[in-house]
Design a protein around this ligand. Structure first.
Ligand SMILES: [Zn+2]
Length: 138
């Protein structure tokens, strides 16, 4: 249980500190940075800026990709991630727990609260248990 070693506010604080440290360092050494940049040609500055812009864009894309962009799926009563097509439990999300659902024969089951979400598009598919019961009646 290494996750509970630190209080919850430690990691966001460290990430925030890491996020603001490059601009703070740049402001701290602003006069030295201005002297250095004044000696460089515009072409060298562009070559310096392109990797920085690329890294910033990649980080932004990574953050957007990792964020669970969930939309409400009315027929199934689940939350759906449009990018990964994963479904999430509505009951657990109401309790602020993001839990992906396990795909089963006629719907999805939450492995946290065990609630079953029926899929209307798979209503005609019968589970193997029901088929066995039908065969016994005949
Ligand atoms: Zn749940």
């Amino acid at each position: 249980m290494n996750e509970h070693r630190f209080p919850k506010w430690v990691w966001p604080s460290l990430l925030g500190l890491l996020g603001i440290s490059p601009p703070a360092i740049a402001l701290w050494f602003q006069s030295n940075l201005e002297q250095y940049l004044a000696t460089q040609t515009p072409l060298q500055l562009i070559r310096l800026l392109i990797p920085l812009l690329g890294i910033s864009t990649l980080l932004l894309a990574w953050c957007i990709y990792q964020h669970p962009w969930l939309c409400w799926d009315e027929p199934t009563g689940t939350w759906l991630n449009r990018l990964s097509k994963l479904r999430y439990c509505a009951k657990c999300k109401a309790a602020k727990i993001v839990t992906p659902l396990k795909n089963e024969v006629t719907g999805w089951r939450c492995m946290n609260c065990q609630h079953f979400f029926h899929d209307p598009s798979r209503a005609d598919i019968e589970s193997p248990k029901k088929k066995v019961v039908k065969n016994e009646r005949i």
